[in-house]
Write a protein that binds this ligand. Structure first.
Ligand code: PEP
Ligand code: MN
Length: 336
């Protein structure tokens, strides 16, 4: 971190700043120019609040030269992380997986039928929400505990590992046999939840927040990893922009960019990113071409009757078509 001081800084304030920084274990290198003094802070600056330093009277500007995230940083871990879900199902480092299934668990018949269908088309993992984060308190909130039980039944019947979203720490005991715990966009910065997940021995699918920067996404992953859990998969699911024609705006550039910033695998959710079923195929192809490590796609046996997100859900037939298109892109996908 570099701190540029204003001309003729007040000596007392400067002494206070220097002793505060030293108390955090940092070494300070002064570089005195004709009119400006620059301080180079050497050491672990991850916990230093640069905004606080910037707000001081004697400071002109602060610039970070070291990212505030360490564990998830590619610089400290050049190899791709491969998250092992089962002996056969891995995500990252060249292993590509498609997670498919309904937005919400609605009934035993629906959840078991869709699992068979997506498996037939080559999905490696099955998704389905039991706890649903809905904008309206009057909308379907999910089948909750019962929904988790039905997902576990679908897992047993289909043999597919399952992914489902947690919304509250107190529900975590229900997730014991869930293969990947999803943190939804709205909970990306639920720091207490992230810390608890960091203490667990379970893969975590961390979705990007609606208005979060890539650095904020990585800082949330850092929370989980700082607790000791290194099995994290990031998910780009579109961000909120001024555009209202699509539900969100899919940030495709985030895929190759995140790959330079972190060693964690990155999957893309073209369903929530667009909100429109016919856009899922082209965006799934584009995300694959851009180097994603996998996809998450919503599939429903009868999208028109879905209790949640029917407009973006694919029929099993449309999903099979996407799988075929994606398999043709895979050999020519960007690898950095
Ligand atoms: C979901 O995947 O079911 C979901 C709610 O997605 P997001 O958190 O990205 O909105
Ligand atoms: Mn959904």
């Amino acid at each position: 971190m570099i701190v540029v001081l204003k001309d003729n800084p007040d000596k007392k304030q400067l002494d206070n700043l220097v002793s505060w920084l030293k108390s955090m274990g940092l070494d300070i290198h002064f570089s005195k120019g004709k009119s400006r003094t620059i301080m180079g802070l050497v050491g672990d600056t991850a916990s230093v609040d640069s905004d606080l330093i910037n707000a001081l009277d004697i400071v002109e500007m602060v610039k970070r030269v070291q990212e505030p995230y360490k564990n998830v940083n590619r610089k400290f871990h050049p190899e791709d992380t491969v998250v092992e879900i089962t002996d056969d199902i891995k995500i990252g480092g060249g292993s590509f997986q498609v997670i498919a299934g309904p937005c919400s668990v609605e009934s035993k018949e629906q959840v078991c039928l869709v699992a068979q269908e997506v498996k037939k088309s080559g999905a490696g993992l099955y998704r389905g929400g039991a706890f649903k984060p809905r904008t309206s308190p009057y909308a379907f909130q999910g089948m909750r505990d019962e929904g988790i039980k039905l997902m576990l039944e679908a897992k047993e019947k289909s043999g597919l590992p399952i992914v489902t979203e947690v919304m509250d720490i107190s529900h975590l005991p229900l997730f014991e046999n869930v293969d990947i715990i999803q943190v939804g966009a709205r909970n990306m910065q639920n720091f207490e939840l992230l810390k608890e997940l960091g203490r667990m021995d379970k893969p975590i699918l961390l979705k990007r927040g609606l208005s979060s920067t890539l650095q904020e996404l990585l800082m949330s992953a850092e929370y989980i990893m700082a607790g000791g859990n290194e099995r994290i998969i990031l998910c780009e699911r579109g961000i909120r922009t001024f555009e209202t024609a699509t539900r969100n705006t899919l940030d495709l550039a985030s895929i190759p960019l995140l790959k330079t910033m972190t060693h964690l695998p990155i999957i893309v959710d073209p369903s929530h990113a667009t909100g429109i079923a016919h856009l899922v195929k082209p965006m799934a192809m584009a995300a694959t071409a851009a180097g994603a490590d996998g996809l998450m796609i919503e599939v429903h046996n009868n999208p028109a009757a879905a209790l949640c997100d029917g407009a973006q859900s694919l029929t099993p037939e449309a999903f099979a078509d996407v799988m075929e298109a994606v398999s043709k892109i895979r050999p020519v996908a960007y690898r950095g």
